[in-house]
Design a protein around this ligand. Structure first.
Ligand SMILES: Cc1cc2nc3c(=O)[nH]c(=O)nc-3n(C[C@H](O)[C@H](O)[C@H](O)COP(=O)(O)OP(=O)(O)OC[C@H]3O[C@@H](n4cnc5c(N)ncnc54)[C@H](O)[C@@H]3O)c2cc1C
Ligand code: FES
Length: 272
């Protein structure tokens, strides 16, 4: 059972790194030292009436910091809640609940990790790559990143991925960097070359992209884990606001992304 901390954290920095995209660094409690790739936090500005509910954001990086830990959050100011969070400054306090959720599973026999990100879906995958390269790298592991974004300015985290040893394939909607078109085109070209018994795919991005990947791998045995970015309210399995449908051996069942996920077997997801 992972320890959960419900408290406030101090913002060490919070700055715009690309149009509409921000990088926030937080000093958090020692409970976060055990956080694992795939886990997330619920964040809410302290002492403000809005937003009333926290917003779920993935962990981008983790390091020890004094007696506690320091985490980074890479986020897009997508709507009202994250826009308010983007106005917070160094020294401000923020309510934080976490680390929450399950984690990406790492198979012992994995020789190739294929990471695939759409837009800000890169954030939790950078933490995964950090973990794979720094903490306990499986021997001889090859890491590949497929990343797509609307334009070159929205391509984030690539330098870190390269530092972690990943081979990077880039696409943009407008052709301002890499291949012009969806990142799933690049993935499909290479899919046949992956040895399914030694490869694991990890994917995070908008639902249309995830659905496309699930169609591509349907007749291939390669394992694929997905981090689902569902809308959330409580973040703790109480409100059922983040319910999705998954296929199980006994039929279609409901799952809460916050408590049962956010990481699932991509093949199990029922797309509506
Ligand atoms: C486990 C998890 C991890 C996440 N990690 C990150 C991260 O690391 N970085 C990051 O930028 N975002 C991440 N998200 C998405 C983030 O939670 C939403 O963008 C945020 O909650 C939007 O809140 P808002 O009040 O700013 O926008 P709202 O005003 O609520 O919505 C603005 C727009 O975003 C859409 N939206 C709202 N919530 C989501 C959602 N959960 N997924 C997709 N679209 C949404 C709305 O439909 C609307 O179009 C994550 C979500 C989950 C569940
Ligand atoms: S957000 Fe409340 S049950 Fe998941």
């Amino acid at each position: 059972m992972l320890t959960k901390a419900d408290m406030t954290a101090t913002i060490l920095s919070n700055s715009e790194v690309a149009p509409e995209h921000y990088l926030m660094t937080l000093a958090v409690s020692g409970a976060f030292r055990d956080a694992r790739p795939g886990q997330f936090v619920m964040l809410r500005p302290a002492g403000r009436g809005f937003p009333f509910l926290g917003r779920p954001l993935g962990i981008y990086s983790l390091a020890e910091y004094g007696n506690g830990a320091r985490i980074e959050i890479l986020y897009r100011a997508a709507g009202k809640g994250t826009k308010v969070i983007s106005t917070l400054c160094e020294g401000d306090r923020i309510e934080i609940l976490g680390p929450l959720g399950n984690r990406f599973e790492l198979r012992p026999g994995m020789k190739t990790a294929v990471l695939m990100a759409g837009g800000i879906g890169i954030a939790p995958l950078v933490f995964l790559a950090e973990n794979l390269s720094v903490n306990a790298p499986p021997e001889g592991l090859k890491m590949m990143l497929y990343i797509g974004a609307r334009d070159s300015a929205s391509l984030l985290g690539i330098d870190r991925m390269k530092n972690f040893g990943a081979e990077v394939r880039v696409s943009t909607d407008d052709g301002s960097a890499g291949y012009r078109g969806p990142v799933t085109d690049l993935f499909r070209k290479d899919l046949a070359s992956f040895d399914a018994s030694k490869t694991e795919v990890f994917v995070c991005g908008p639902n249309p992209m995830l659905k496309r990947v699930s169609e591509m791998i349907a007749d291939r045995p390669v394992p694929c884990q997905v981090l689902m970015e569902e809308r959330m309210a409580c973040g703790m399995g109480a409100c059922l606001g983040c319910t999705i449908e998954v296929r199980t051996p006994s039929g279609v069942e409901y799952r809460q992304v916050c408590a049962d996920g956010p990481v699932f077997d991509l093949r199990s997801i029922v797309w509506r």
